[in-house]
Design a protein around this ligand. Sequence first.
Ligand SMILES: Cc1cc2nc3c(=O)[nH]c(=O)nc-3n(C[C@H](O)[C@H](O)[C@H](O)COP(=O)(O)OP(=O)(O)OC[C@H]3O[C@@H](n4cnc5c(N)ncnc54)[C@H](O)[C@@H]3O)c2cc1C
Length: 383
Amino acid sequence: MKTILVLGAGTGGVTAAREISKNSGNEEDIQLVKILVFEKEEKNVFSPSLPWLMVGKRKPEEVYEKTSHLDSSGLEVIQGEIEHIDPNDISITVNGKKYKGDYMIVSLGVDQQPLHHLDKYGYNFFTLDGATHFNKKLKNHTAGKIAILVSSLPFKSPAAPYEAAMLIEEYVRKNDLKPTTEVAVYTPEKGPMEFAGKELSEELRTLLEHKGIKYYPGHQITEATESGLTFSNGKTYEYDLLAYTPKHQSPDVIRNSSLAGESGWIDVDKDNLQTIFPNVYAIGDNTNITTENGITLPKIGVFARQQAIVVAHNIGRKMGNQVPDESFKGEGKYFIEYGEGLASTAEVHFYDSPQPEAKMKTPEQWGHWSKWWEEKYWFFKNF
Ligand SMILES: Cc1cc2nc3c(=O)[nH]c(=O)nc-3n(C[C@H](O)[C@H](O)[C@H](O)COP(=O)(O)OP(=O)(O)OC[C@H]3O[C@@H](n4cnc5c(N)ncnc54)[C@H](O)[C@@H]3O)c2cc1C
């Protein structure tokens, strides 16, 4: 029986493991393939819901499921920290024990680090705890400046700080705090989601302006204090409540292995997601993919899920002695919450050459319900 090691039970890992289980017949409780999923966290958080949690549109317990609940339908979940990866041998070490496979899928996401002691002064809303505590503070907020800070580049989900800002603006307005409260976004980016094209970036910026959100692009933080943020241009801005994105880096266990490319992330074939090691694949946020148009692919769940499906299919073909025939297309739809039960849909096609300008739709109910459905479907399908 073949063994498949799935590293990480986040978006990419869960999707890949479920897909292989479905395709191999394991879901029918006939164990034809051994699928081992390795994960260090006890909770599987659906991150796109974190901005809703920040403003009280979700409770913490509504945005996660227990990792142990994945342990069904032909999957075995092994909880613990992966300490070592040997891609040559297709093996890993967890809790001092070695596991060897025939295929390996690496989907370990990003490692989050607070810069400039931001964890002392604000809330990392890219985590369940950070978004929960931000919401507690927001409920007691009466007046002052609310800052949303992008602390460094690159960061996953490039729309998330803007969604957070637009949802916070809605909260502030609906709670009659608008006259006394300012919402501002500080970021080192030149514009929001600029990799998707000038047109989309301008449209998103216009949405922020309509809501009266102050926008400070080109602002790289150099120092934080209890009440102020200082940037590389020498300017300091005061704040009363702070939500920030952490520094993103490739997980240590990847950087300490031969999987890491020059950037520290894993270089993969952009079409089939194979690494330089036979039968070892990497998907999702821990990969580094540059398109023919010279764009580095953003770290988004839409891509992690699609890549997982491609890899699962191709491993299935290989196990059946067939030629792998699926490839990742580098395209997808991304929903950006606006507040008021509306969301914009952004459609991107990164592999087309020349790359077409990405378009963003005016915020509408359909976009919001699509995002709502993705959340419900994630838990329904996988747990
Ligand atoms: C606030 C926010 C909003 C977002 N909104 C959207 C959105 O609307 N649309 C969208 O497409 N994307 C969105 N994203 C991005 C999306 O969540 C990620 O791109 C996606 O989760 C990446 O999947 P992944 O499998 O690569 O990594 P992850 O889902 O992060 O999974 C990695 C897993 O590996 C585990 N792991 C890491 N190291 C180890 C180790 N040493 N041992 C064991 N386990 C380990 C981690 O605990 C984790 O569970 C959002 C993200 C955030 C933070």
